[in-house]
Design a protein around this ligand. Structure first.
Ligand code: PEP
Length: 233
């Protein structure tokens, strides 16, 4: 079971230090892998404070080139130099607000994996796509842009559930996860308004191997509660 907190554009270095010091001090279930994904500017603080713990520090994106004229981008080798363990790629906010294509997401994932980072690649349909009955086709297309790798995890995040307070029902999550797993059999996280109140039921679905948590990961007690909900012990 993996619970990853995507902090998006929240928590600068100062807040990150305070959060990670507090996270370090709390007991975590042994059967739940915990990851935090701070913004680039806060990665060094997170790595420093969480060194020697089992908590992984991931970036929120990673470019496919090793270096070059790519203003605003960061490469896998730069992240590795900092002590970062992995990266998210293809978050729906990147796809929707910054025009990332399936092809770009595939390239980002491949390069990060080849460089030695773990990858959480996000997929998910919009509300219009779900209403049009296109969920399966969208998921198949997005997942087909990725290649199997032992260090790849996919997060199914229905776009209509992200930051909206609406969650997929456990049955919807299970159904989508079965589609994703039929294309690429890798561990799968559910993401989209996961909260302490709904985490246990979502994480109990057989095809759900963890959660990618946005808003609720910014508050330590709620993040801890979701981590505990992922424990099978
Ligand atoms: C996310 O950002 O990946 C996410 C799932 O956000 P939220 O939990 O806030 O819906």
């Amino acid at each position: 079971m993996l619970v990853a907190g995507n902090w998006k554009m929240f928590k600068g270095p100062g807040e990150t230090l305070a959060f990670c010091r507090a996270l370090r001090a709390v007991p975590r279930p042994a059967d739940v892998d915990v990851v935090v994904c701070p913004p680039y500017v806060s990665l060094a603080e997170a790595v420093q404070v969480l060194a020697g713990t089992e908590v992984g520090v991931f970036a929120q994106n990673c470019h496919w080139a090793d270096d070059g004229a790519f203003t605003g981008e960061v490469s896998a080798s730069m992240l590795l130099e900092l002590g970062v363990y992995g990266t998210i790629v293809g978050h729906s906010e990147r796809r929707q607000l910054f025009g990332e294509t399936d092809e770009a997401v595939g390239r980002r994932a491949r390069a990060a994996l080849d460089a030695g980072l773990d990858v959480i690649a996000c997929v998910g349909e919009t509300e219009a796509e779900r209403d049009a009955g296109e969920t399966e086709a969208v998921l198949r297309r997005q997942v087909s842009a990725l290649e199997h790798d032992d260090n790849l995890v996919i997060a199914y995040e229905p776009v209509w559930a992200i930051g909206t307070g609406r969650t997929a029902t456990p049955e919807m999550a299970q159904e989508a996860h079965e589609i994703v797993k039929s294309v690429l059999d890798v561990p799968l996280l559910y993401g989209g308004s996961v909260k302490p109140e709904n985490a246990r039921e979502l994480l109990a679905q057989p095809a759900v191997d963890g959660a990618l948590v946005g808003g609720a990961s910014l508050d330590l007690p709620s993040f801890e509660a979701i981590c505990r909900a992922g424990s099978r012990s």
